[in-house]
Design a protein around this ligand. Structure first.
Ligand code: HEC
Ligand code: HEC
Length: 261
């Protein structure tokens, strides 16, 4: 008894080492467990990617991005071809005729519509009409929509000429500029400044005033008239002027100044 008591109280060097190590080990173990616990908690908070519902939620979340990537790979602004636009956006309704959409290659569906003319069809496709959403709901430029319209209409018997790659979007969508129609628009909206040269406006038909401007090309002039530049207010100050009318008015000024469309 006395012996064992002595053993318990008088620790050998080994026992001292063991107890020191054990003394360090306990706190280390505690820290280790806490770390594991925290990691475990974080793990539980990671989204569950396996269940059906979770996968659907994830798909829904990334879908807009995926669609953007599909439609707007326009990093250096590459316009989609007519068929790419059609396949990516329009086919959803126009392939099978969803919501009453006129079907691709179906002459009967399109015949009544084609009579409206290309410009009107493009306008309806850009702005939307009845069940047809603006731009088919896609993130598309005017030119891309205009091309898809020609692609679809031509599949059903029309022979519309789609705007060329790189064509200025707005005039393309508004149709071929028509100076004759533009004269009337000019007289109603532009004459106040462009007849007499108010505020430094280049006068109608004054070649000297227009030469350098005409050299910028029709598309640039159109975009300046659309957005305004220096003393020239956007759309000549008439915000409700349609792009088609503006297209024609610019064409009129352009041609009168010796420009070739
Ligand atoms: C969500 C379905 C849907 C999508 C997507 C869609 N359309 Fe349509 N579209 C319609 C419907 C429905 C109509 C018929 C509207 C009516 O006349 O009532 C229509 C009609 C049209 C018309 C004829 C308009 C007229 O004046 O007769 C054109 C042109 C057109 N769509 C072009 C396009 C183009 C181009 C795209 C793709 C960029 C597109 N659509 C995508 C549903 C769609
Ligand atoms: C309130 C006066 C005013 C009205 C109205 C007006 N303009 Fe102008 N416009 C100007 C002035 C000023 C300039 C010259 C701007 C400059 O280059 O400093 C100009 C320049 C332009 C140019 C040349 C832009 C360039 O890049 O050189 C075009 C094209 C043009 N106008 C078209 C139109 C059309 C089309 C209308 C009618 C729809 C119109 N303007 C109505 C004042 C006007």
């Amino acid at each position: 008894m006395a012996d064992s008591h002595a053993k318990m109280t008088q620790a050998t060097p080994q026992e001292v080492i063991i107890s020191v190590v054990a003394g360090l080990f306990a706190p280390l173990l505690a820290i280790f467990l806490i770390v594991m616990l925290v990691l475990g908690i974080q793990d539980n908070h990671k989204p569950d990617t396996t269940s059906d519902a979770a996968q659907k939620a994830t798909l829904a979340r990334i879908k807009p991005v995926a669609q953007l990537a599909a439609l707007d790979a326009s990093a250096p602004k590459v316009e989609k071809s007519a068929q790419e636009v059609y396949d990516a956006v329009c086919a959803a309704c126009h392939a099978a005729g969803a919501l009453g959409a006129p079907k691709f290659e179906n002459k009967g569906d399109w015949s009544g519509r084609l009579g409206q003319g290309y410009d009107t069809l493009v306008k309806h496709a850009i702005e939307g009409i009845r069940q047809m959403p603006p731009r088919g709901g896609g993130d598309l430029s005017d030119t891309e929509v205009a091309r898809a319209v020609a692609y679809m209409a031509n599949s059903a018997g029309a022979s519309f000429k789609a705007p060329e790659a790189g064509a200025p979007a707005a005039p393309a969508a508004a149709g071929k500029p028509d100076p004759a129609k533009g004269k009337l628009v000019y007289e109603a909206n532009c004459v106040a400044c462009h007849a007499s040269g108010v505020a430094g406006a280049p006068k109608l038909g004054d070649k000297a005033a227009w030469d350098a401007r005409v050299a910028q090309g029709y598309a640039t002039l159109y975009s300046h008239a659309l957005n305004g530049i220096r003393g020239m207010p956007a759309k000549g100050g008439n915000a409700s002027l349609s792009e088609a009318d503006l297209t024609n008015a610019v064409a009129y000024l352009f041609v009168e100044a010796g420009g070739k469309l």
